[in-house]
Ligand binder design. Structure first.
Ligand code: HMG
Length: 388
């Protein structure tokens, strides 16, 4: 039985800041952001979007009534969840009108959470082939104004429908993973922004890639030539290339060219959104599938997932016949086209806006947010959402 990704949806907030403007305002050469990091634009979430509403907007695009009936497991991967106790998956369940006869949970391991969710979803579908699993990857990446991590912020969500007989990507059973307790990036429960040892995190991302890639080669006998493309977790778009270039010389010139070219295409959307933590790898996959017309049925795509702290995994999937017809290319391109570029001063203002944490009530103005599903406010410590 084939099990894999049947549908992929993506949502980013409607506001963004141009990285050239941010660089100028911070007194930095813009080339550092656009070339050194490979980021052109950074999504800015208004206070009316949180990880729950972002994910609901991503999932709303792809689910039909049959999906809603058949989903009996909702897995929400996030590291910016809105409650220490209640899972974001339960909020989503209600917002999307899913069948109540379902399990709903939140998973956390930095940017790796959604990959763990996808692997669990595969096991669930193997036991219940007539069901579907909704995996959500949604985050707001915050390091703080004027910090070294500021240029690698972002916000957005990917919704992934996992099922038998998938129409996009069959997930193969070969997969290699590695865990080691390190402090490269973390966010203590009292902090709204992440702590990071930037250089060390880069080194560990690469070291974990090399470990799982070597294990994968040994386990499967595959090499780089077996892949049409490899998509990476992208905290910024140069990061995956820094890992890939450490192994790419093992391949022929032709294979190197192909992987390099497809790597560039897989970074297109991420360049304009920034880091979305759990969803970054899957945004890169969407970017590849929607923007590369030369991929074909049966092509193998490699995927490298990394979540600080840290867990890394290398796995793979096979493109399915007619997959192009089942992508949301036009919707995603329209979403990008309709975003609004804001000044650095406006971004800083939006960044500082937050819900009260002292129990007081706040109603938000959702008229300025074009998203279908918005965070509408908080009252008695309870968040309320509105679907327009
Ligand atoms: P930094 O100190 O701002 O930048 O840190 P830098 O000095 O390292 O420069 C960055 C690059 O720009 C360098 O290129 C420079 O040479 C180049 P490299 O040597 O790396 O190839 N550069 C220029 N290029 C062209 N024109 C110029 C110019 N000037 C400089 N004029 C850092 C950058 C990414 C470390 C920082 O932003 C940071 O700490 N970000 C957050 C951490 C992060 O993203 N780590 C990535 C790996 S960990 C991960 O992926 C997990 C994560 O997603 C979290 C999770 O799992 O939940 C973060």
């Amino acid at each position: 039985m084939k099990i894999g990704i049947d549908k992929l949806g993506f949502y980013a907030p409607h506001l963004y800041v141009d990285m050239n403007d941010l660089a100028k305002e911070r007194g930095i050469d813009p080339g550092k952001f656009t070339i050194g990091l490979g980021q052109d634009e950074m999504a800015v979430p208004p206070v009316t979007q949180d990880p729950v509403s972002l994910a609901a907007n991503a999932a709303d695009q792809i689910l039909d009534e049959e999906d809603k009936e058949k989903i009996d497991l909702v897995i929400f991967g996030t590291e910016s969840g809105v409650d220490h106790s209640k899972s974001a998956a339960v909020y989503i369940h209600q917002l999307l009108g899913l069948n109540p006869r379902a399990r709903s949970v939140e998973l956390k391991q930095a940017c790796y959470g959604a990959t763990a969710g996808i692997q669990m979803a595969k096991g669930h579908i193997a036991l219940h082939p007539d069901k579907k699993v909704l995996v959500l990857a949604s985050d707001i990446a915050r390091y703080g104004l004027n910090t070294p991590g500021e240029s690698t912020q972002g916000a957005g969500a990917v919704a992934i429908l996992v099922s038998a007989s998938p129409r996009l990507l069959e997930l193969e059973s070969e997969s290699t993973y590695y865990t080691e307790d390190i402090m490269d990036f973390w966010r203590p429960v009292y902090s709204t922004t992440a702590y990071v040892d930037g250089k060390y995190s880069n080194e560990q991302y690469i070291a974990f890639f090399q470990k799982v890639w070597k294990d994968y080669q040994e386990q499967t006998g595959r090499n780089l030539e077996d892949f049409a493309a490899i998509a990476f977790h992208l905290p910024y778009t140069k990061m995956g290339w820094k890992a890939l270039r450490t192994v790419i010389e093992d391949a022929s010139e032709e294979v190197q060219e192909r992987l390099k070219n497809n790597y560039q295409i897989s970074t297109k959307y991420n360049r304009n959104v920034g880091n979305i933590y759990t969803g970054s790898l899957y945004l890169s996959l969407i970017s590849l599938l929607e923007n590369q017309d030369e991929l074909k049925e049966g092509d193998t795509i490699g995927l490298y997932s990394y979540g600080s702290g840290a867990v890394g995994e290398f796995f793979s999937g096979k493109l399915q016949p007619g997959y192009k017809k089942h992508l949301q290319t036009a919707e995603h391109q329209a979403m990008f086209a309709n975003r609004e570029c804001i000044s650095v001063a406006a971004y800083e203002k939006v960044f500082e806006e937050s819900l009260p944490t002292d129990g007081s009530e706040k109603q938000l103005n959702i008229d300025e947010d074009p998203a279908k599903i918005c965070l509408a406010g908080v009252k008695d410590h309870i968040r309320s959402y509105a679907a327009k």
